[in-house]
Each structure stands twice: as structure tokens, then as C-alpha cells.
Design a protein around this ligand. Structure first.
Ligand SMILES: [Cu+2]
Length: 196
């Protein structure tokens, strides 16, 4: 009898494992995830003038971040003319993944795992952001313009989350309005379940 009871408990344990699998899959089916990332160095006081760095670990100082805004090779000027540089941006400031497929009607789950504020703003065309020093030769995407005193519904603070529901079909463009090289494309695909 004891043996039977033990066998039942083992079976129960196994069934719990089996149940926990499909529950996670069900959560994934309600959309896809994108994580905003950066690697600001919290020990660098250079970040403090603009909100600080809310990471426990990170290795990019504010001075290094500024250095990576431009590259002498991203130059629109003819040879021999003064340089007309445009924006590059530090690769550590990024969305992961930066391209996903989502069924129409499902959600995009965005999480900020970086130490700085980011936005996940839908734009018609990729452009610059709303912070002039971080634009370097690009035009601001009009969707990044913010009326004085208005709050940005697409802003995600460090540790924060944003849910966006997809509609229609086709490609959507998203960018950060602070760090406009942080881009993402979302291909909204037909709803498979209704087609069957
Ligand atoms: Cu950003």
C-alpha cells in the first residue's frame, strides 16, 4: 500500500511538471517579448545629471556613451569639406530581439532591463529622437515630439513594462525617442486560429 501511495505521489509530481509546461506556452501565445537593454555603469557619476543609472552592474561610462554617438566614417560631406556627421549610437543601447513576428490581436510585451529610461514609440519612419545632443545630424521622428508637460505613454522606466496590442497586418516600426538607434520592427501576421 505504501508503495502504491509513493507511486501515486510520483505520478502526481510528474503530472504537475506536465501541467506547468503548457501554462508557459499559453502565456507565450498571447504575444511576444522584447527587452530594452543598456549597460550604463552605475558607479559613473556622469549619468547623474540625466536621471542616473539604475543598474547593479554595467560597464559603460557616460563619456564612452557620448564618444559612440558619432563615427568619422558616418559622414555625409564630400571629401575635403568640413565633416557632416550623423548618428551612430552605442550598440549596448538596444532592443532584444529587434525583429519579431506577432499574430494580429496579440500583444507585444516590452520590458526595460536597462538602467536608463527608454521609449518604445511606434513611428511611420525611423528618425532622430527628442534630445538634440542625441540626434547628431538626423531629423526628429514627429511621433517623438511631446507637448510641454505631457507624459509619454511609451516611456518605460528601468524595471518597467509596457504592453501594446497589435492590430491589422504588416510591418510596424518602433524606436526609442531618447536613443533613436534603439529600433525594432514587428511583423504583424494573420491570426492563424481564425484561418483554420
Ligand atoms: Cu532608449
Amino acid at each position: 500500500m505504501r508503495y502504491v501511495r509513493f507511486a501515486l505521489m510520483v505520478l502526481l509530481g510528474v503530472s504537475v511538471l506536465w501541467i506547468s509546461g503548457p501554462i508557459e506556452v499559453a502565456a507565450d501565445r498571447d504575444g511576444e517579448k522584447i527587452v530594452m537593454k543598456d549597460d550604463c555603469d552605475p558607479s559613473d557619476l556622469g549619468w547623474n545629471a540625466t536621471g542616473g543609472c539604475h543598474l547593479k552592474k554595467g560597464d559603460v561610462t557616460e563619456a564612452e556613451f557620448v564618444t559612440f554617438l558619432q563615427s568619422p566614417l558616418y559622414n555625409n560631406a564630400p571629401a575635403g569639406s568640413p565633416p557632416q556627421l550623423f548618428l551612430v549610437g552605442h550598440p549596448s543601447w538596444r532592443n532584444e530581439p529587434s525583429h519579431i513576428l506577432v499574430e494580429t490581436g496579440k500583444r507585444i510585451h516590452v520590458k526595460n532591463e536597462g538602467g536608463r529610461n527608454h521609449t518604445f514609440t511606434p513611428v511611420a519612419e525611423f528618425g532622430g529622437g527628442r534630445v538634440p545632443p542625441l540626434r547628431v545630424g538626423t531629423l526628429m521622428a514627429p511621433e517623438c515630439a511631446l507637448a510641454p508637460g505631457a507624459t509619454d505613454g511609451y516611456l518605460v522606466a528601468p524595471g518597467g513594462k509596457l504592453k501594446l496590442k497589435t492590430e491589422g497586418e504588416g510591418i510596424m516600426r518602433f524606436q526609442c525617442c531618447f536613443h533613436p538607434w534603439m529600433r525594432a520592427t514587428v511583423r504583424v501576421t494573420p491570426d492563424d486560429h481564425h484561418e483554420r
